[in-house]
Design a binder for this molecule. Structure first.
Ligand SMILES: [Fe+2]
Length: 144
């Protein structure tokens, strides 16, 4: 999943920024982090919507597999970019904790709401209901 790499990018690019003296590279890192935050926000919202209809079992399996993928990706990034982290002063423990903190927040954002927003119960509760249960503000309409 692309979002996995983007979550780690939110830790990697600040480290790269700290590791360089190039003002151009620092500016690029700052822009990339801003972009990745927006991308992750968008993707977690979309994943939450996609997962809304899943049962508890498949949802649990999805979470477990995503954690496994994340774990492997964190290790690969550490091994492949160790010099960047060392130059930035970020050790493995801090990198590890930072990645899992980001992942924890973003994994929570991927959780589907308990009740879909489009459900009948929410629509009727939010709008004044007529005798047929269709309020004027209902997406199904109440006029005519
Ligand atoms: Fe991205």
């Amino acid at each position: 999943m692309l979002v996995t790499a983007e979550i780690i990018a939110k830790v990697y690019y600040p480290a790269l920024r700290a590791a360089t003296r190039s003002t151009i590279l620092q500016a690029l890192c700052e822009q990339i982090v801003r972009d990745e935050r927006a991308h992750v926000d968008f993707q977690t919202q979309q994943l939450a919507r996609l997962r809304a209809g899943r049962r508890a079992g498949p949802l649990l399996l999805t979470r477990a597999l995503h954690r496994l993928l994340f774990l492997g990706t964190v290790l690969v990034v550490w091994l492949g970019h160790r010099r960047v982290f060392e130059a930035s002063g970020m050790g493995l423990v801090r990198f590890w904790r930072s990645c899992w903190t980001e992942f924890g927040h973003d994994l929570a954002a991927m959780e589907p709401e308990t009740r879909p927003r489009w459900s009948w119960r929410i629509a009727t509760a939010a709008a004044p209901a007529g005798a047929d249960g269709r309020g004027a503000g209902s997406p199904l309409g109440g006029g005519a």
